[in-house]
Design a protein around this ligand. Sequence first.
Ligand code: SAH
Length: 466
Amino acid sequence: MIWLVGAGPGDSGLLTLRGYEVLKRADVVIFDRLVGDGVLAFMPETAEKIDAGKISGSHKITQAEIESLIISRAKSGKNVVRLKGGDPFVFGRGGEEAEAIIRAGLDFEIVPGVTSALSVPAYAGIPVTHRDYCSGVNIYTAHDRDNMIPDFADTTSVFLMGVANSSELQSKLLLTMSPDTPCAVIENGTTSSQRVIRSTLEHLHDSIVNNNVNPPAVIVIGKTSALNLNHCANLPLVNKKIIITRPEGRSEKLSMMLRDLGAEVILLPTIKTSTLHDALDGMKLSGYERIGFTSVTGVNALFEILAEKGRDIREIGNAEIAAIGSATKEALNNHGLKVDYVPEIFDGHHLAEGLAKLGGKILMLRAENGTPEIELVFRNYGINYTNVCIYRIDYVKLFCVPKFADIIIFTSSSTVRGLAENTSSLREALAVCIGKQTADEAVKAGFTRIKIAERADVESIVRACS
Ligand code: SAH
């Protein structure tokens, strides 16, 4: 099966739900240059990823080569996603690709995308239509076409691919339009590096040159380009690009809060966790006085194993329960378990210390390759405890790492190591960390700007970012 998917204009929040759904199922993704970092980060780790905007060998991949790649991969039974910036049928050669697929007799689905032609002006506070100013909108490519001079005075004109041709574009438009027609140029629309430059038609080219505008940019011409119905100019994180390295599925609340403050959020999990399904085979959970959990993942892994093996949480009897922090406590509460102990400071060291002081027969249910700190603390206190690893942490192999970020959020030392395994760049970013252990790991990985969240909860992380 083939899907021609519109990735939207840049911000990953503007990928459609259907687009996300099929992207997550792809065996092969063939993507364009303009697809945003956040959308690229959604590509499955296991998928074959082909950069169609890249030079291959000594030449740029041609349109014919792209089409034959799509077709050959689909013929070998793969789920192929052809991922294109904006909408696949707006100046994206999506039409040509659909024709080629039809000629090959293959099945495909078009997943429309949010086109930059409409959404980039919208993000910049420019409505492309407005009853008081115009009655329609035209979308053009600024690439040389003799017949492209719009002559509708009451229509907004949006030009894509116009940066390099802005001088010719301006001259052509001035043949029929007034020099004081309002214009706006929007570079990197919908992302943290968006810039909006307003001028009038007679100054359009100069405004592009003087401000050193680079593609991708959209040029809007018409009365509404003077409007500035800006929705987020005053938000504290509006120009910030923030990477969250937490495992997949654990970042929704954090990402929503950061987006609400205006940030561009990239979900880039650097670790993944897997349950060790047989970890509790032949082992009793009864007879312990205290059971310690070091993460939400550990809690979920325990209940997954119990369900799979036809076992029951009542095995733990009256054991007291300790959680490393508030999120782990909440996960236990959601399973109907009351939590008896949470350390003042949410980290492995303090959890182990608290448990060691309380004493008794202790069981720790944790990650195979989690922090050695816990072992050290128990040893220092001379406590004999039972350690059972019920899940493991693996580093994710990242395919594309964003070129820059303002902030990177690390919620555990392993998330830092997971990034370091993949890249030595991005070290200029501010590392916002949960806990001192994580911050120490960030220093080790080469970060120099580090901030530790006051507490190990989402609200504190957000505060540390703003
Ligand atoms: N299919 C795409 C357009 C592809 S043509 C769509 O529907 O959006 C490429 C042009 O789109 C760029 O040269 C630029 O003019 C525009 N463009 C795409 N993304 C943009 C962005 N984030 N900001 C400004 N312009 C963008």
